[in-house]
Design a protein around this ligand. Structure first.
Ligand SMILES: Cc1ncc(COP(=O)(O)O)c(C=O)c1O
Length: 377
């Protein structure tokens, strides 16, 4: 079988499929020159709020800004502690430290890669104010349990939904809610590879709390409601109109995009599940999965060899993430370990994410799985 120039995420093929609509939407922005705060920004925020069934969506510059704005909206004080998973992307922990707050590392569940609720409680101290739940790789954390812990301990919950926009938490009574809308405040990124992606940087904050929404909106706009009257310290973080126009075109497709990636995941699962050399992604019963990543755990210390073997055969793969947060130099002296971090360390040595995107063909998937199955044979 031929290698078809497989990519981790094939942005170009998706663009070609949506080209007439995307081109027209972008051209309209250029024709009207409404590059900042054009009508598309408001329209997109309102449509995303409808989709998520949340009263407030505040667009901003990117997912890292969204986290910063969310933390600032909560009015946490320097020295306050915020629980963050150690196995994750840096953004959440970075903004915690940037604001003079203290990241408290908690381990993740070895099957879901998400914050382990059983480890949260022992990490809580009198200074703890908030928990950041990062819904990693397309699957939600155990929100029902985490919200109980947060309520019992009077903690805020921030949901970093950058990798899982569209995923749903499934409650024990069978009801469902969209990730990002369950905690006090949620954040997301529209980075080009994300589940809902623009053609540059973009992000948003979402909340059901009117007061937090008002603060977040002000913070993203230099702390002002009325021009040149600054009530609080803020920043400048805006979603470009051009990006909002792209997102308006893509939003109606968000569930179809997730379904396309789920189909890839199912085909991967079927081919790979019976091989003891790796574990396929686990599906928690409390969440749907939008498969931002399809991440194997490779047994026996073979991960790096296997990655090289795939590369030589034209198959890209990625290690998300090679170093846990508690071992990053940047946080030295600024954070505290809240639990054993054994699983986070172990995962950084075993995880390998395979190509997955909305345009992947069966032929491409089969080339990946057949190559993997032939490894070492
Ligand atoms: C989980 C998570 N949070 C936050 C971010 C930051 O988003 P951005 O790159 O838009 O700042 C990312 C993105 O890369 C992410 O994966």
């Amino acid at each position: 079988m031929e290698n078809e120039h497989i990519q981790m995420v094939d942005l170009h093929r998706q663009y070609l499929r949506l080209k007439p609509e995307v081109d027209a939407a972008m051209q309209e922005v250029i024709d009207t020159c409404s590059f900042i705060n054009g009508p598309q920004v408001k329209a997109f925020a309102s449509h995303l709020a409808d989709y998520l069934q949340v009263p407030h969506v505040i667009p901003c510059g990117n997912g890292t800004d969204a986290l910063q704005i969310a933390l600032m909206a909560l009015n946490l004080m320097p020295g306050d502690e915020v629980i963050v998973p150690s196995f994750t992307y840096v953004a959440a922990a970075e903004v915690v430290a940037l604001l003079g707050l203290i990241p408290v590392w908690v381990d993740v569940d070895e099957r879901t890669f998400n914050l382990n609720p059983w480890q949260i409680e022992s990490a809580i101290s009198p200074k703890t104010r908030a928990i950041i739940v990062v819904h990693l790789f397309g699957q939600c954390g155990d929100m029902e349990r985490i919200m109980q812990i947060a309520e019992q301990n009077h903690l805020y919950v921030i949901e970093d939904n950058a990798q899982s926009l569209g995923a749903e938490v499934i409650y024990q009574d069978g009801s469902r809610r969209k990730a990002g809308t369950i905690g006090h405040i949620g954040t997301t990124s529209f980075f080009p590879s994300k589940p809902l992606a623009c053609y540059g940087d973009g992000g948003a904050v979402m909340t059901s709390d009117d007061r937090l929404a008002e603060r977040a909106r002000m913070i993203a706009n230099h702390g002002q409601q009325t021009k040149y009257h600054h009530k609080i310290i803020g920043c400048n973080s805006r979603l470009d109109t051009l990006q909002a126009a792209v997102l308006e075109v893509k939003l109606p497709h968000i569930d179809a995009f997730a379904e396309a990636r789920r189909k890839v995941a199912v085909r991967y699962d079927e081919a790979l599940r019976d091989d003891a050399r790796w574990a396929i992604p686990f599906r928690a019963d409390y969440s749907t999965h939008v498969f931002h990543q399809y991440t194997l755990q490779i047994a026996g210390g073979e991960r790096d060899d296997l990655q090289q073997y795939l590369k030589e055969r034209g198959i890209p793969s990625m290690v998300y993430y090679p170093v846990p947060m508690h071992k990053q130099d940047a946080f030295y002296g600024l954070a505290r370990n809240g639990s054993s971090l054994y699983v986070s360390e172990q995962l950084t040595r075993s995880v390998l994410s395979l190509p997955i995107h909305t345009e992947m063909t069966d032929k491409e998937i089969d080339y990946v799985t057949q190559t993997l199955l032939a490894y070492g044979k």
